[in-house]
Design a protein around this ligand. Structure first.
Ligand code: PSU
Ligand code: MN
Length: 335
């Protein structure tokens, strides 16, 4: 079946597999609020591989100018693998799927921009605001545009102490309700990794580690010590797993966890110490809600004097490469 998505003055037919019928995101009435970049709509119309990318990492995850250079590098790495990048962000109340370089730079430089998850989308749109989309909001946009593969650095999860605070990222419930495959380096150890995996199981999210290990990666470190339910050896196996989820019409997403390369695995103890300090500071300063993750990321970057940022950039590059290869294999399967 195909669905019509309004893009500026033109109305674009977006091909969807049967798994995309219906409107699980509930944003159908806001269809005209989506802006799909011509390079993305053309690639989708031609069944070329497309990779969605988030933008909270740009607005709240890294300091300027590293955020901008990383975002541009990631887009070119996606292109080098033969896929089309579609960075998602909200600009003046419109959800953009694919950004021009001017739009990317605008988001990277803007200081007061919003951090937009599913919860924040309606407000941002109704007020005509701009901001970076988190994993949850990016999944919504990717799914609405018909993009099944999305690459990021790390996803949100159950925060440490989440059994009391109930601070559980909306990324996890989104993975339970939106059929998009998220390629990430696992979950940062600023979070409670064990409870995050439990919550993903409850949400029905298929979690697979990329490569030969059955160990779920912990972002800066290739192994968290927690067992990953499954592993996929290569892009083709990953693509088959994604296609299976979409063909079954499950409406839930997948998490493909790509371990950081050993050579870039950040000096473990130093990062761990920084995380302990940052988590304690967040609690002492009574940082709450959506501010917690950006606060901790910024403090860990500061405390490690940029070492964590360096590792962060390296693993995002790797994720972009692997995720694009998966998107290419998925496009082949669908031909
Ligand atoms: N984890 C990171 N870097 C990030 C984020 C998480 O290592 O930039 C961002 C992502 O956009 C993710 C969001 O979707 O933070 C989760 O925020 P919260 O914990 O408030 O749900
Ligand atoms: Mn939270």
């Amino acid at each position: 079946s195909s669905r019509l998505l309004r893009c500026g003055a033109s109305t674009l037919p977006i091909r969807r597999s049967h798994a995309y019928s219906g409107n699980p995101t509930g944003l159908g009435a806001l269809g005209s609020l989506f802006r799909v970049h011509p390079s993305v709509s053309q690639a989708l119309a031609e069944h070329q591989p497309v990779v969605a990318l988030e933008s909270t990492i740009i607005t709240h995850g890294m300091p300027f100018p590293y955020n901008l250079s990383t975002a541009m590098e990631v887009e070119s790495l996606v292109r080098a693998q033969g896929a089309i990048p579609a960075t998602v962000g909200v600009l003046r109340g419109r959800v953009h799927v694919g950004l021009s370089s001017e739009e990317l730079e605008y988001l990277a430089r803007s200081e007061g921009s919003l951090k937009i998850s599913r919860r924040d989308l309606p407000y941002a749109i109704s007020k005509g605001l701009s901001g970076g989309t988190t994993v949850s909001a990016t999944m919504i946009a990717a799914h609405s545009a018909g993009i099944p593969v999305f690459v990021t650095g790390g996803i949100g999860g159950v925060h440490r102490g989440g059994e009391h605070s109930l601070d559980v990222s909306a990324d996890l419930t989104e993975l339970g309700r939106t059929p998009v495959a998220v390629v990430s380096a696992g979950v940062k150890s600023i979070l409670d990794i064990g409870r995050t995996l439990e919550f993903l199981e409850t949400q029905g999210v298929c979690v697979a580690t990329y490569g030969l290990s059955n160990n779920f990666p912990a972002f800066f470190s290739p192994q968290s010590g927690f067992t990953s339910p499954y592993h996929v050896r290569d892009p083709e196996e990953a693509a088959k797993l994604i296609e299976g989820t979409l063909s079954l019409g499950l409406q839930s997403g997948l998490l493909i966890a790509v371990p950081i390369c050993e050579e870039h695995a950040a000096v473990g103890q130093q990062i761990d110490d920084a995380i302990q300090t940052a988590v304690a500071e967040a609690s002492f300063e009574e940082i709450r809600g959506k501010d917690v993750t950006p606060f901790i990321l910024r403090r860990v970057n500061e405390l490690t004097k940029g070492k964590s940022l360096e590792a962060n950039v390296a693993l995002i590059h790797n994720n972009a490469k692997v995720g694009s290869q998966i998107a290419c294999e998925l496009a082949k399967l669908r031909h």
